[in-house]
Design a protein around this ligand. Structure first.
Ligand SMILES: NC(=O)C1=CN([C@@H]2O[C@H](COP(=O)(O)OP(=O)(O)OC[C@H]3O[C@@H](n4cnc5c(N)ncnc54)[C@H](OP(=O)(O)O)[C@@H]3O)[C@@H](O)[C@H]2O)C=CC1
Ligand SMILES: CC(=O)N[C@@H](CCC(=O)OP(=O)(O)O)C(=O)O
Length: 347
C-alpha cells in the first residue's frame, strides 16, 4: 500500500481527497492534519466518511510524521507548501500540491498575482505542472507536482488541441467561465452565504484574476508563442462544477466542424479523463459531478470562423482532488484512473 498524508484535511479539497481515497485499492491515508481540529476523528467531522476511516484523526502538521509517508498532498492555502515541501522532498517523500504554490514557473509573476514573495523559488525548476493530458511522462518521474487550478484545467483542455494544431488566432481568445461556490473553499465568507450566492450570478475578477497567468502559461506552451486571453470568471449558485464557454476564432482553416471534432477525439483518445462528446452536445456540470472527467463539446455557429468550445468539470475532482490522485497514480506506476473512475450521480 502507498502511505499518504494530507495537510489541510478539513477543507473541501481535503475531504474530497478522503472521499475518493476511501475506495482507492492501493492507498492508505496514514496522516491528516488540521491545526484547528487537532484530535478530532475525521468521521466525527465528516459523517459521510463513517465506516471508512475508523481510527484516523486530525493532527498538527509535523514534518517528521509526514516524512514517514510515501507522498503528501497539500490541500492548504497558498504559501503553506512553500514552507514544507523542500523538507519533505529532502527526506524522500513525494509532494502533490493542490494550491497554486508551484504552478507558475516565474517566481516574480507568482509574487505579483498572489501578493506575497514566493517562498521556495529553488523548487520551481523541478516542479511538474500536473496536467496529465500534457505532461504525463514528466509526472511519472516527478517528485513535486503542482496540481492545476480548477478554471485553468477546464480552459486549457478546451483549447490545447486547437493551439497545438495552429488552427486559431492567438491574439484574443475569450474564456467565459462559471464556477460553483465550493470553489471559494470552506472558510466562512459573506459572499459564500446562501442568501448572497443563491438565486444570483455575478462576474468577479473581470479586470484580472490570479488564474490568468497560469492559464496563459499553459496556452503559450501549446501554441509555441504568446497567447492573449480575456478570462472572466463568474460565481453561480451551484455547489460543484465549472462550465467554461470558450470562443476561439479559426485562422487559415478550410476544413469542417467534423474535422475539428476528429482532431479533439484523436488528441484525447489516449486520455481517459477527457470525454469529447458527440457533435451537437451541450455538456452539463451535473454529468461530471463527483467524477474525474472533463467533458468537451464543439460548436461552429453559422459555419463561421468563431468556434464555441464547451468544457465542464467538477471543480473539486478533475479541478482539484481527483486530478491530484490521477497524478499520484501516475507517479506510483498505477493506471491513472485507479480509484477515480466512477460515473456521476444522476439526477
Ligand atoms: N475549492 C476548490 O474548488 C479548489 C481549491 N483549490 C486549492 O486547494 C487548496 C485548498 O482549498 P480548499 O480545500 O478549498 O481550502 P479550505 O480553505 O477549505 O481549507 C484549507 C485547509 O488548510 C488548512 N490550513 C490553513 N492554513 C494552514 C497552515 N498555515 N498550515 C497548515 N494547514 C493550514 C486548514 O486547516 P487548519 O486551519 O485547521 O489547519 C484547512 O484544512 C487551496 O490552495 C485552494 O486554492 C484548488 C482547486 C479547486
Ligand atoms: C468560486 C471561487 O472563488 N473560485 C476560486 C478559484 C478556485 C480555487 O480555489 O482556485 P485554485 O485552483 O487556484 O486553488 C477563485 O476564484 O479564487
Amino acid at each position: 500500500m502507498i502511505k499518504v498524508g494530507i495537510v489541510g484535511g478539513t477543507g473541501y479539497t481535503g475531504v474530497e481527497l478522503l472521499r475518493l481515497l476511501a475506495s482507492h485499492p492501493q492507498v492508505e491515508v496514514t496522516v491528516i492534519t488540521s491545526r484547528s481540529e487537532k484530535g478530532v476523528r475525521v468521521d466525527e467531522m465528516y459523517p459521510n466518511l463513517r465506516g471508512h476511516y475508523d481510527t484516523l484523526a486530525f493532527s498538527e502538521p509535523d514534518a517528521e510524521v509526514l516524512a514517514a509517508c510515501d507522498a503528501v498532498f497539500f490541500a492548504t492555502p497558498h504559501g503553506v507548501a512553500h514552507a514544507l515541501a523542500g523538507d519533505l522532498l529532502a527526506r524522500g517523500t513525494r509532494v502533490i500540491d493542490l494550491s497554486a504554490d508551484f504552478r507558475i514557473k516565474d517566481a516574480d509573476v507568482w509574487a505579483e498575482w498572489y501578493g506575497q514573495p514566493h517562498g521556495a523559488p529553488e523548487l520551481l525548476g523541478e516542479a511538474v505542472y500536473g496536467l496529465p493530458e500534457v505532461n504525463r511522462d514528466a509526472i511519472r518521474e516527478a517528485r513535486l507536482i503542482a496540481v492545476p487550478g480548477c478554471y485553468p484545467t477546464s480552459v486549457q483542455l478546451g483549447l490545447i488541441p486547437l493551439l497545438e494544431a495552429g488552427l486559431i488566432e492567438t491574439d484574443n481568445i475569450i474564456a467565459d467561465c462559471k464556477s460553483a461556490v465550493s470553489g471559494a473553499g470552506r472558510g466562512a465568507k459573506v459572499g459564500s452565504l446562501l442568501c448572497e450566492a443563491g438565486e444570483s450570478m455575478k462576474a468577479y475578477g473581470a479586470s484580472g484574476h490570479r488564474h490568468l497567468p497560469e492559464i496563459t502559461q499553459g496556452l503559450d506552451m501549446a501554441a509555441g508563442s504568446a497567447v492573449g486571453l480575456t478570462f472572466v470568471p463568474h460565481l453561480t449558485p451551484m455547489i460543484r462544477g465549472i462550465h467554461s464557454t470558450l470562443y476561439p476564432r479559426l485562422s487559415g482553416f478550410s476544413g469542417t466542424l467534423e474535422d475539428l471534432q476528429a482532431l479533439f477525439e484523436q488528441r484525447y483518445a489516449d486520455h481517459p479523463a477527457v470525454d469529447v462528446m458527440p457533435l451537437g452536445s451541450h455538456p452539463e456540470t451535473r454529468s461530471v459531478r463527483g467524477t474525474n472527467l472533463c467533458r468537451i463539446a464543439l460548436h461552429r455557429p453559422g459555419n463561421g470562423d468563431t468556434l464555441v468550445v464547451l468544457s465542464v468539470i467538477d471543480n473539486l475532482v478533475k479541478g482539484a482532488s481527483g486530478q491530484a490522485i490521477q497524478n499520484l497514480n501516475l507517479m506510483f506506476g498505477l493506471d491513472e484512473m485507479t480509484g477515480i473512475g466512477a460515473p456521476a450521480m444522476m439526477p
